[in-house]
Design a protein around this ligand. Sequence first.
Ligand code: DON
Length: 306
Amino acid sequence: MASNYKSIIENGYNLAKSLKDEGKIATYIPELANVDPSMFGVHMTKNDGTDFGIGNYKEKFSIQSIAKVLSLTLAIKTIGEKVWNRIDVEPSGTKFDSLLLLESYKGIPRNPFINSGAIVICDILITHLDNAPKDFLAFVRNLSDLPTLSYSDKIADSEKATGYRNVALCNFIKSFGNIKNDPAVVLDFYFDMCSLEMNCQQLSYTFSFLANGGRKLSNGEKIITNSQSKRINALMLTCGFYDESGEFAFKVGLPGKSGVGGGIVALYPHNYTIAVWSPKLNPNGNSFRGMKLLEEVTTHSELSIF
Ligand code: DON
């Protein structure tokens, strides 16, 4: 790896760590509240095969909404452009679990990364795959080269017991006819999908196909086309951070996706994929230290998609 990335990441890590961590850990999923808030790790996977990690980059965490990019990838791989008959590609400008815009857009979610959009993606996968939870897991196992990766029952059960907003979202969309399967089955799969756990090293590696024109870095296997990969990256840039997507593009300038577990993955097409984890979230639900670190990386490398 270019030695300057290593020192840029180290400097960014130390700077972000030295700041008062103003964020708050997510507690609305009770199991997430048990995480050590001082955890902080980062890992970069470069397309040239080199990599670099610092801090708690080998500790697993709940990737939560970051998994929505992988379920979208599988839906696009499975039914192609037909996905967009059911979901739009516009930033929502609202919180990730908002019900607000569904009324005016008649049950069509604004994009696949807010909860409503990801729930519709789960419905699509249930319709088109033999066994969506099993097939999705197999898909992520292959992408990550982690053959024993599993859903976390602890996290999924914790969210199943408390996820009233998601239950409301799914039923509300069903009332417009944009959920085809039993809402209880769709929600079970959605909660399983969000319960995946990875560490920063595994996460940056798993997402590296999106920095590589849709092909796995390790063996060149074509996951999706170059054009589909471009579109997923465009959606991450415009919608990956909910109502903070503009700010992330403004300050970092890379496609990325956050999760309430405090993880963020971002990538610089044809160059690198970076994953960062720090559980305390800013008021928009994105990792406080993670955002700072990524801003430092693109500012000091002077390289972004812009
Ligand atoms: O549905 C939820 O609320 C969580 N399983 C996922 C939300 C999430 O990660 C939003 N990310 N910033």
